[in-house]
Design a protein around this ligand. Structure first.
Ligand code: GLN
Length: 306
């Protein structure tokens, strides 16, 4: 397996087209687009990495998988009264569908949906307490207490929040947010500004590959049915209006972030994190997707078969 991981990193090192680094969050615009990393954590306890797999990067929307898991733990199925579970077919930051559906976001992985999820988790608490809970959860599933927020990225998003603020105000106008908009946004931006390496992220996703069990500790994080449902949402909605393309090319539940990371889950096999900061026009990592495509072609681990 290490040979395959090395082959993928070598192929990506040769790529000429690397995509475009997100610069609508100015702090992310400084990241070197030449970097590439891949890490596979298997359900039987092995880790295979190549490239800069211990370099932390901004996980951005990959954090939405963790906040969804926390929200389902707190509220169970009542979460679905606040957010839908259908693919949106629109870009991650789109507002159009909110108007058609009375301010209820279509799924937890578009920005509007993730903002509604974090509002649900807050339950009357201050952002600091909610952020503490999010960080403890991520540290627990990654089995690594060093994971932190990057305050510069969070501040950069807050300073350029107009678009996300418009989503939040729109939802609030329909009664879908309970807390102060800036407090919800501050919490959301910090969750997106969690910095993790591919190795940490691959570990953190392992519970979704092993029926809800956190492998390092052998503790149950979620029931098997919940792990399956989170995986299905990742498959259908994890890459926004390119989720169909990702399913077609890779065929694994996956969640991307504009920091250039992708977390992909191969149920029963392992959790794969890839990172390359250059994005395609949908805001998904260009080389990250290619690397995962090569990975499933060689392993046959796509949930749809070889
Ligand atoms: N924090 C980013 C935003 O709100 C997350 C977007 C993403 O990773 N797709 O715009």
């Amino acid at each position: 397996m290490q040979d395959l991981i090395n082959d993928i990193a070598a192929a990506m090192a040769k790529a000429e087209q690397r995509g475009k680094v997100a610069d609508y969050i100015p702090e992310l615009g400084h990241v070197d687009p030449q970097q590439f990393a891949i890490s596979l954590a298997t359900v039987d306890g092995n880790v295979y990495s190549a490239g800069c797999a211990t370099t932390p990067f901004s996980i951005q929307s990959i954090s939405k998988v963790f906040t969804l898991t926390i929200a389902l733990g707190q509220m169970g199925d009542s979460l679905w009264s606040k957010v839908g579970r259908e693919p949106s077919g629109d870009p991650f930051n789109s507002i159009v569908q909110l108007e058609h559906e009375s301010g209820k976001p279509r799924n937890p992985f578009i920005n509007a949906g993730a903002i509604a999820v974090v509002d649900a988790i807050m339950m009357g608490h201050e952002p600091k307490e909610t952020l503490g809970e999010i960080l403890s959860f991520v540290r627990y599933v990654a089995d690594d207490d060093c994971i932190c927020f990057d305050p510069a990225v969070a501040a950069s998003e807050m300073a350029h929040r107009d678009r996300n603020a418009s989503l939040a105000h729109f939802m609030k106008a329909f009664g879908h947010l309970r807390h102060d908009v800036d407090k919800v946004l501050g919490t959301y931006f910090h969750q997106c500004a969690i910095a993790m390496s591919c190795e940490q992220l691959a570990h953190a996703g392992l519970f979704l590959a092993s029926d809800g069990i956190n492998k390092p500790s052998d503790m149950r994080v979620v029931a098997p049915q919940r792990a399956r449902r989170i995986n299905s949402l990742m498959m259908m909605c994890g890459h926004y209006d390119a989720s169909g393309e990702f399913a077609f090319r890779v065929g694994l539940p996956g969640k991307s972030g504009v920091g250039g990371g992708i977390l992909a889950i191969a149920p029963g096999h392992g959790s794969i994190a890839v990172w390359s900061p250059g994005l395609d026009s949908y805001g998904n990592s260009l080389l990250g997707t290619q690397a995962l495509e090569m990975f499933v072609q060689r392993t046959g681990w796509s949930v749809f078969g070889h």
